[in-house]
Design a protein around this ligand. Structure first.
Ligand SMILES: *Cc1c(COP(=O)(O)O)cnc(C)c1O
Length: 353
């Protein structure tokens, strides 16, 4: 049975866009005028409410605070030179959201609610998508268990919400990383492939330890042996050895990144050889020593591509060389050109708003 959900819009009196300084944006700190909220109760989704962004009232017994049933997505909207706004591969985020929901015993969000709600919300706050290289609107759909009560069982009520934050390209300086040889982000049979809030909570402590040693991120390895590369902090990982790009295959410990998939496709379009296979630290260290390790980079929606300048693995330290024909630079440009509709969108990744 298909159900139609009406979208109820309550507009703000006056936009706060005038008080927002787009030149000094800090990632994820300012939010647009409106947000979306839709409640699931006892098996059914209610109407989609779009209303002014602001605080919400919740009881302290709300299940999300106790058992961490919380998932999210991260996606972006871009404006091209003609002022047309596009979402980038939103269908992929919707599907992943529901695969995360399923793993956390949460209800799936119907496509109609996710897509139509999102589009309506972005259209309403379209002015917040700034035009210009590196500028975008970061969309944060999320879902939380909102039933009151501390009995350890799945919630009988959930809130699907979307908030949006104007973003500019961020450059956080050189990134050096520690390769994990003790801590793990995810385990076999666990929730590593889901965008579960708790995955982030679990990574903050080891990441703080890395920062105390002067490194910005951790390269996660497989929990069982710590011998194979899995993710670069909160991004997927690519390693270039010789002229081949290597990336870890998806499994239940690895987040199936939309940026990763896009970069693999663009690399193939540029006749770069991509191998999706396990990459051992031993192989990477050997390549570092014989000079064939040319690049390591992370991919994700927020920063697109982040080149890694150096790494440490136990007692082994290595600085990456400056390469002339950087794949990271070339592939980032190829992807960003699609974001801003500057080149033909061969793979139909943009969705016009
Ligand atoms: C979100 C995320 C990524 C990147 O996914 P994209 O779809 O490319 O944004 C990679 N790893 C982790 C752990 C993530 O949470």
């Amino acid at each position: 049975m298909t159900q139609t959900h009406s979208i109820v819009v309550d507009k703000i009196q006056m936009s706060k866009i005038g008080q927002t300084d787009f030149d000094t944006l800090v990632f994820g700190k300012s939010f647009t005028d409106h947000m979306l909220e839709c409640t699931w109760r006892d098996g059914n989704w209610g109407d989609v409410h779009i209303k002014p962004y602001g605080p919400m009232q919740v009881e302290p017994s709300s299940k999300v605070f106790h058992y961490g049933q919380a998932i999210f997505e991260g996606m972006k909207a871009f404006k091209d030179v003609d002022g047309n706004a596009h979402l980038f591969r939103p269908q992929d985020n919707w599907k992943r959201f529901n695969s995360s929901a399923k793993r956390l015993a949460m209800p799936e969000v119907p496509e109609e609610i996710f897509m139509d709600g999102l589009k309506e919300l972005v259209r309403l706050d379209k002015e917040w998508i700034q035009q210009g290289d590196g500028l975008s609107l970061y969309l944060r759909p999320f879902m939380i268990a909102s039933e009151n009560g501390v009995a350890a069982a799945p919630s009988t009520e959930y809130k699907f919400m979307v908030i949006m934050s104007p973003a500019k390209a961020y450059y956080k300086g050189d990134v050096r990383v520690i390769i994990a040889s003790k801590f793990s982000r995810a385990a076999d049979g666990g929730v590593g492939y889901a965008k579960a809030a708790g995955n982030y909570a679990a990574s903050f402590y080891p990441n703080n330890l890395a920062m105390e040693e002067g490194y910005q991120q951790i390269i996660w390895t497989d929990a069982a042996s710590h011998e194979f590369l899995e993710e670069a902090g909160t991004m997927n990982i690519f390693v270039r050895i010789g002229d081949t790009l290597l990336t870890a295959p998806n499994n239940d410990r690895i987040l199936n990144g939309v940026t990763r998939r896009s970069i693999m496709q663009l690399a193939a379009d540029h006749n770069i050889k991509v191998e999706e296979r396990r990459v051992s630290i031993k192989e990477m260290n050997q390549a570092a020593q014989d000079g064939s390790l040319k690049e390591i980079f992370g991919t994700g929606t927020a920063a697109v591509i982040v080149p890694i300048k150096g790494y440490k693995h136990e007692d082994f330290k290595h600085e990456l060389p400056d390469v002339q024909d950087s794949y990271a630079t070339m592939l980032k440009k190829a992807l960003v050109d699609i974001h801003y509709n500057r080149v033909e969108d061969k793979h139909n990744w943009l969705v016009r708003l």
